[in-house]
Design a protein around this ligand. Structure first.
Ligand SMILES: [Zn+2]
Ligand SMILES: [Zn+2]
Length: 577
């Protein structure tokens, strides 16, 4: 039976949890945790790598020893270290580590004092009021534990999509900016790292006197509940359910605090460790000399924190401890694509199918954004719900595009089509009409639940068609709504690189598809990307920044993106191999 990345990651997490509860060496615990995180974030199958005999130590956090343990696990299904520790510690204790606020010491105390080994035991004890008998727990912790159990049982509360979080954050930041004495403000955390979803918002302000900012914060009109209010930190729950933390720091600590609260935790640990090696203690208040002085030696600006540990400033999107520290040290941080690099958009719908606006309006809106070109890619006939185009209607649209382009008022419209990839891998329109187009954007909208092998073959077969140009929303996922299709993304990326096909990074807030890790794999394998909005209205063209965010998280530079090129360069880049 194949062992999947997520199984491997789960085993290493369990091992780390049980060792931590046992009180093992923290370095050892951390090594297993790092390994779990690295493996969980890979988009290639570890089992495949092992089968091919590849060197696993090239992945961050995987040393020789871990590599051999992973190999054993893949080949035998066993992780001997885990079996060993499970003889001493009940394995279900690992599940309790998911309860926020318990920590390994809390879990250990509950186990030792009350014999609690799992969630059921824990719930029973909390309801019976027995947890308060254990040192460092009280009645309050019982309520908190029950609430946490409920959360776990009901599945984790949904993380908010980045675009939705942005809608919530924008007015709040504007509101806070007007507070007296606020010198700087930033939403930190995964929001600043531009992760596809956000758990809660961490807002940071710099001010000499935090009073006015805190007052203004808890008085914001969307606040449903003030969870806590203090002079340096307050927490509220907004009507949307989102929790927001506001922290106020003095301007001299702002850079250190910004770095600290931006995370990720793994990145911060790596930076702090470098600090220790250089004789510094780094925390949210600044950079301090180890063992001396109350006064920070740096910390007003984020750049100073990096400088002290011998690194250039690292863009927040890269701060996941996925190799950015090593790259920074070697002066090899990638140049990342920006919105300004983009000269056009390669996926847009009009009122000919399910878009809201006319060709002309779309061309003018694209020009208003400074674009040189916009690809019109209405649906093909298979998407009957959207009144998809057949060959005749598509040809009539091409004529209309010529007329609009002749008027010369907007961006140059490219003749395209979002062609459905049918179940057998053929395309939804005849080759002769596809040959008349500037480009095709090919995608799957039906039969999304085929088994992995079949779904992968379907896409590869579609790429065999010489008119196939861009694979749109490759995984088909909808964040918080629909899981990605079962696909061997690595094979698809490699096939695209070999054949000169392009992979889309779709900017629709629910799609963000390719994912960041797949963007990175595409870059590594030399596949080209198109950053596209899949706009269904003129407004939608403004979503482009979300595709840029994903690409940046995937270490993608302008050179890997076809729509950073002018029209001539684009036509060149879209040529098939
Ligand atoms: Zn589509
Ligand atoms: Zn579309």
């Amino acid at each position: 039976m194949p062992v999947h990345n997520r199984d491997i990651a789960e085993r290493f997490t369990r091992l780390a949890n049980l060792l931590e509860i046992e009180g093992a060496n923290p370095y050892r615990v951390r090594a297993y945790r790092n390994a779990a995180r690295t493996i969980g974030g890979l988009s290639v199958d570890i089992a495949d790598l092992v089968a091919k005999g590849e060197d696993l130590t090239r992945y961050p956090g995987i040393g020789k020893d871990l590599a051999s343990k992973i190999r054993t696990l893949v080949e035998t299904g066993e992780l001997p270290d885990l079996a060993e520790v499970e003889k001493r510690v009940p394995t279900e204790l690992s599940d309790l580590m998911a309860i926020e606020g318990l920590g390994s010491r809390g879990v250990k105390a509950l186990y030792k004092r009350l014999g609690i080994t799992g969630l059921d035991d824990l719930e029973e004890a909390a309801r019976a009021g027995r947890i308060r008998e254990v040192e460092r727990f009280g009645e309050k912790s019982e309520h908190a534990i029950l609430a946490e159990i409920e959360k776990l049982r009901g599945g984790a509360p949904e993380r908010m999509r980045l675009a939705d979080a942005e809608d919530v954050a924008r007015p709040l930041v504007e509101h806070l900016t007007r507070a007296e004495g606020v010198e700087a403000i930033e939403v930190a955390g995964s929001f600043r790292r531009r992760k596809e979803t956000v758990g809660d918002l961490d807002i940071l302000v710099a001010c000499a006197d935090s009073g006015p900012a805190m007052e203004r914060f808890v008085g914001f009109e969307d606040v449903a509940e003030v969870v806590s209010q203090g002079s340096t930190r307050s927490t509220v729950r907004l009507a949307s359910g989102l929790h927001v933390d506001l922290r106020a720091v003095s301007p001299s600590s702002y850079g250190a605090a910004l770095h600290y609260f931006t995370g990720s935790q793994a990145h911060n640990i790596a930076v702090r460790r470098r600090g220790v090696e250089r004789g510094y203690k780094i925390n949210e208040y600044g950079v301090f000399l180890s063992g001396g002085g109350e006064e920070p030696v740096a910390g007003a600006r984020e750049e100073e924190v990096f400088e002290r540990v011998g690194l250039p400033w690292i863009p927040p999107e890269l701060r996941e401890d996925r190799g950015e520290i090593q790259a920074g040290e070697q002066g090899e941080l990638p140049e990342l694509v920006t919105e300004d690099d983009l000269l056009g958009d390669l996926h847009a719908h009009t009122d000919a199918t399910d878009g809201a606006d006319s060709l002309r309006a779309m061309a003018e809106a694209a020009a208003a954004r400074g674009y040189e070109y916009l690809a019109v890619t209405d649906h093909s006939k298979r998407v009957a719900m959207a009144h998809g185009l057949d060959a005749d209607r598509l040809r009539r649209q091409m004529e209309e595009i010529d007329r609009v382009n002749d008027e010369g008022k907007g961006a140059t419209l490219l003749k395209g089509c979002e062609v459905d990839i049918l179940e057998d891998g053929s395309l939804d329109l005849p080759d002769d009409v596809l040959a008349e187009l500037d480009l095709t954007v090919c995608s799957i909208h039906y039969q999304m639940n085929l088994p992995r092998e079949k779904q992968t073959e379907r896409v590869l077969r579609a790429m065999d068609n010489p008119h196939f140009r861009i694979l749109a929303h490759p995984s088909g996922r909808a964040i918080n709504e629909r899981a990605p299709m079962e696909l061997d993304m690595e094979r698809i990326i490699e096939a695209a690189a070999a054949r000169g096909c392009v992979l889309e990074v779709n900017a629709q807030p629910a799609r963000l598809d390719l994912r960041d890790v797949d963007c990175r794999l595409a870059r590594e394998r030399g596949a080209m990307l198109a950053l596209s909005t899949d706009a269904h209205s003129t407004d939608n063209l403004g979503l482009m920044r979300f595709a840029v965010d994903q690409a940046r998280r995937g270490w993608v530079g302008p050179g890997s993106v076809v729509n950073t090129r002018d029209l001539g360069g684009l036509r060149e880049a879209l040529r098939r191999r």
